[in-house]
Design a protein around this ligand. Structure first.
Ligand code: GAR
Length: 205
């Protein structure tokens, strides 16, 4: 029997729609992404992404975050992820900021996706921020998670044009299509393990 290395077991965290989760799950199912989805966790019971994960027959659970202190909630996440022997945590529209409890439990082993070219437009409504600023190019960033919000080493970035007649919705849709490709690529790169972090830089070996 072939033993899978521990680090190919991923835990996906989401809070909403779950289209990035779907892109990853579809690529895992087709064999294009060599990974195993060990657990899908939502902090929101009604998240459509959680229902989609259950439809796929995945181990999918809700751990509510409402009214919980950040550290207490994070400790519950660490317990659940460890119980599923997760080697890489993948944030797919997970709208919670971590305390050091999560970041220390998974050092350089949490990936986040953000719909802007970081360090431009971190935080909420990045597509709106891009339009308000008037940039001509925006895009997507996949990065390792550190204690600083939206600021960890960058694994993958892809650009998309910002058009004169763009609305927040049209720009978000153009970026989202690129997100799905970028996330699958980034998860594959990190799972391959042929990389190191040098200062702020994610460097392939
Ligand atoms: C995506 O656009 C993702 O980049 C963004 O939330 C959306 C989730 O969509 N994440 C953040 O803004 C994190 N700061 P999805 O649920 O369809 O994957």
């Amino acid at each position: 029997m072939k033993i899978r290395p521990r680090n190919r077991r991923i835990g996906i965290l989401l809070s909403g729609r779950g289209s990035n989760f779907e892109a990853i799950a579809a690529n895992v199912a087709s064999g294009k992404l060599r990974a195993e989805i060990a657990v899908v966790i939502s902090n929101v019971e009604s998240a459509p992404g959680l229902a989609r994960a259950k439809e796929r027959g995945l181990n999918a659970v809700c751990i509510p975050s409402k009214a919980k202190a950040r550290e207490a909630f994070d400790a519950e996440l660490v317990t659940a992820l460890s119980a599923s022997d997760v080697g890489l945590v993948v944030l797919a529209g997970f709208m919670r900021i971590f305390s050091p409890v999560m970041v220390r439990a998974f050092p350089n082993a949490i990936l986040n996706i953000h719909p802007s070219l970081l360090p431009s437009f971190p935080g909420l409504h990045p597509q709106r921020q891009a339009l308000t600023h008037g940039v001509k190019v925006s895009g997507v960033t996949v990065h390792l998670v550190t204690d600083d919000l939206d600021a960890g080493p960058i694994v993958v970035q892809r650009t998309v044009p910002v058009l004169d007649d763009d609305t927040e919705e049209s720009l978000a849709a153009r970026i989202l299509a690129e997100e799905h490709r970028a996330y699958v690529e980034a998860v594959g790169s990190v799972l391959d393990g042929r990389w190191k972090v040098a200062g702020r830089r994610f460097v392939r070996l």
